[in-house]
Design a protein around this ligand. Structure first.
Ligand code: FES
Length: 133
């Protein structure tokens, strides 16, 4: 049985949608159940100013993705990289044992989005440095 917090985030998911001008995008799928999650991030001055998600997934995957966006928003890139699936479960007040694995998607997709952002920004910096020379 889901607790009221999980049900709330499932029925009223926060930050659903895409960011067309995202600074980083992370995509993850679970081949066992077919769930699929895409996370978009905007980064300004080293902080995640916006986080949105699109998902094809189970109620627990929707709820964990929703709370993840709330956990990640406003964090520095370094802090957001430290968010784990356990943090997500704790923030929701727990998940039923068979649904624990659903929390893995959010943390992994967020980390991928940050890695995408870091790769893009270092490429951009290299291009700017090359133009200066
Ligand atoms: Fe696939 Fe929940 S059953 S993430």
């Amino acid at each position: 049985m889901y607790n009221t917090s999980v049900l709330d985030h499932f029925l009223n998911p926060r930050n659903v949608g895409c960011l067309p001008d995202a600074d980083g995008i992370g995509v993850i799928g679970d081949p066992d159940c077919g769930d699929y999650l895409k996370i978009y991030i905007k980064v300004q001055k080293g902080k995640l100013t916006d986080v949105k998600f699109e998902i094809f997934g189970c109620p627990a995957a929707i709820a964990t993705s929703s709370i993840l966006t709330e956990l990640a928003k406003g964090k520095t890139v370094e802090e957001a990289l430290k968010i784990t699936d356990l943090d997500i479960i704790e923030a929701l007040g727990g998940l039923p044992e068979p649904k624990i694995h659903c929390s893995n998607l959010g943390a992994e997709a967020l980390h991928k989005a940050i890695q995408d952002y870091l790769a893009k920004s270092s490429k951009q910096k290299a291009l700017q440095d090359a133009k200066k020379d």
